[in-house]
Design a binder for this molecule. Sequence first.
Ligand SMILES: [Zn+2]
Length: 619
Amino acid sequence: MSLSDLTQGAIARMVESTDTSNGVQNPVCQILSIKKISSTSTANPNVGDRYRIILSDGVHFAQAMLASQKRQMAENGEIDRNSVVRVLQYSSNNVQNRRILILLDLEVIGGPTPERLGAPKALEDQARPAGAGAPVKQENGATAPATSYGGAGAGASAGSTKPAMGGRPGGSSMNAGLPIYPIEGLSPYQNKWTIKARVTSKSDIRHWSNQRGEGKLFSVKLLDESGEIKATGFNDAVDRFYGLLQENKVYLISKAKVSIAKKQFSNLSNEYEIMFENSTEIEECTDASDVPEVKYEFVPIDQLENVEPNQTCDVIGVLESYGEVSEIVSKASQRPVSKRELTLVDQSGRSVRLTMWGKSAENFPQNQGVDDKPVIAVKGVKVGDFGGRSLSMFGSSTMMVNPDIPESHGLRGWYDNDGATANFKPYSNVGMAGAGGAGAGGNLAERRSIAQVRDENLGMSEKPDYFNIRATIVYIKQDNLWYTACPSDSCNKKVNQENDGLWRCEKCDKSFEEPQYRYLLSTNVADMSGQMWLSGFNDDAEQIIGKTASELYQIREENESEYTAVLHRAANRMYMFNCRAKQDTFNDTTRVRYTISRAAPVDFAKAGHELAEAIKAYL
Ligand SMILES: [Zn+2]
């Protein structure tokens, strides 16, 4: 739905006419607001609740009432704020010397759209000549008048904005005449606005260089009562605003560009984001009482194991210690990045490691009080399952040292009395050794596509790499699918048949009449990015094939075609494979072998939700 879908100019004609036959036929309008007016009539219970509507054609808006026979449309949510409707039947009535449109019949044709279309002005505010017609002809052009795009004087269009928040701050010289918008009300269709917002996080300055040139950028997250939005400044805007904008302070911001959010680079749900331009004006605002503070939802450190890996959360704790800054080469980006690990503790008696990255890791010791066991509050940090549970900062995470909040004072009192001498139980995870390179906040095995496993050269270094792939079994190699193993408990060594017909295990120094068959699976799997070979051992292969190796051996002895059929049936199934990539040298040839450490059938409900979240990032 866009402004051009509305019957622009219809409202003026509808109000002037007395009914549908004299006015405009089936105009398309947007509902700007809908409000229930509870019935006060006890005498006539049939009157029921009524609904007052503000109806817009993109140029004007006017008061309307929903006819009582249509009120279920409002009650069941069929029409709502920003719905676009076709008015099939209406009348224009004089109520207390005001013209009110009564909507007798209408149908919903779109929406609710995320925002109001155009910049409609109150019809009553127009200086209308007494007679009907003149303003109608003037504004009933096929194309929208330029003034409907927000170019109209801001004073006149003030009625089209949502109620200003907090009003105009006293003493401000800038942005005169621009209404203060709630962040939620910003859209690319309005360019005359000011927001009054708190900076909740600020990125480092990032530099880029590609074929089209090079440059720098930074971004901030802004918060007001209505919501959050990301704002980004490039090049000159970095020079002008990076020093000015400080975390946790409140600013008036105007004359910036609003565009569609690139959600894959943001964790905010806002449809839009802001870009600072040459004309952008920013001024710090000392009157900040009406702008909310950052809200934390702290998870106690011992409760982190109930948070799923890759989720974000807020944590507060006393900084027990912090490590030296180190530089690692990110496997994914192939770029060096600085990191530093902090250890946080709280009253729960547990400690957790938190990784900081980039400039904030390098500059961390410059924060005031970091060597005096400060309280650290972090918002929006990623939970990893490396080392049981660990934390990692994102570009959008925020950290406050000794914040002035009750939780911080509580921790201070506890630590200085008891905590300083207590022992803390760190998170740790059996079997994490060798997970290599992940670090605090990382995951034991990140999910990747098959192409990523290759592109990132997983398994090509000394240490093994771990990864998860969601892939379909395409083919199971039929030769050497099993080996003859020692049947002793937990031996599994290969046994050979001796001249006496018995199977001998060198390790156990015993001979057996029958060997145990164990799988050595070699399977080709595929996803949308490519295909690869995986090796699997007995337990996973049993699950994938659905028979023990001994059973399958028997089947092959009896019926070769049934054997082939069993392996065919095992293909075309999708699994979540936990894998390990490691170099393997055989006959002087080194290659990477990918081994299944666990295979689980895909949980389609969970996988579908994950995919839905990923798709949302592009919408
Ligand atoms: Zn043995």
